[in-house]
Design a protein around this ligand. Structure first.
Ligand code: DX5
Ligand code: ZN
Length: 226
């Protein structure tokens, strides 16, 4: 399975999102990861539907929208209409996860479910056959630039095994603290969609950082471009 790189614009300059997206697309970004936070489920507040709508107009790759919000059911229609190709919702806030996953699919988007670091893999056992992807949080959600939680590596493998057992080839995505040092390890563990925020945008050259992460993910050393 080829590995997809999804730069998270959370660490980009919000006054220049258009050029940030163009840069990572030149670097080979496969998706743009958009972190939606509500100040309730997570302590931080970020962006909402109107921004996604604007980003859709300028991005040439699909938008991967990560909903860190308390009541995602209230907003999935609007995000789908705004142009989210993928939408992930947190297991921790959804008593009717099965309904939400199928509602996202019915809107024509890929449906992902997200596990916080303290949420067990077993919480997915009844939904593993239904999801289009699973996102493993490798930091506690809310902020960019946090340190990767080492246990996440084996957790990715456990999620992969659960999906395989359910006969579902859906990819495992990982989000939080990914950089040049650990990307190959999480890919080896079974992750095939890799989110990276600060490792891309807190560098002088996000285009190059994207290219180098992508190369490291596939075990190849990126050619030096300058
Ligand atoms: C954290 C967000 C992440 C964040 C990752 O709550 O879900 O997508 O942007 O940033 P880094 O890669 O800096 O940990
Ligand atoms: Zn995210």
């Amino acid at each position: 399975m080829s590995v997809l790189i999804a730069p998270s614009i959370l660490s980009a300059d919000f006054a220049a999102l258009g050029s940030a997206i163009a840069a990572v697309e030149r670097g080979g970004a496969d998706l743009i990861h958009v972190d939606v936070m509500d100040g309730h489920f997570v302590p931080n507040i970020t962006i909402g539907v109107p921004v996604v709508k604007s980003l859709r107009k300028i991005a040439t790759v699909p938008l991967d929208v990560h909903l860190m919000i308390q009541e995602p059911d209230r907003y999935i229609d609007a995000f789908a209409e705004a142009g989210a190709a993928m939408m992930s919702v947190h297991v921790e806030v959804l008593p009717h996860l099965h309904r939400t996953v199928h509602a996202i699919k019915a809107l024509g988007a890929k449906a992902g479910v997200v596990l916080n670091p303290s949420t067990p893999v077993a919480s997915l056992s009844e939904i593993a056959g239904d999801v289009d992807y699973v996102l493993v949080m490798s930091v506690n959600p809310g902020f960019g630039g946090q340190t990767f939680i080492p246990r996440s590596e084996s957790k990715v493998g456990e999620v992969r095994a659960l999906l395989d057992q359910a006969g579902n080839r859906a990819p495992v995505e990982i989000d939080g603290g990914i950089d040049q040092q650990n990307i190959a390890r999480v890919v080896a563990a079974g992750a095939s969609i890799i989110v990276a925020g600060s490792a891309v945008f807190h560098t002088p050259d996000p285009e190059r950082a994207t290219r180098e992460l992508k190369a490291a993910a596939s075990g190849v050393v990126a050619p030096t471009t300058r």
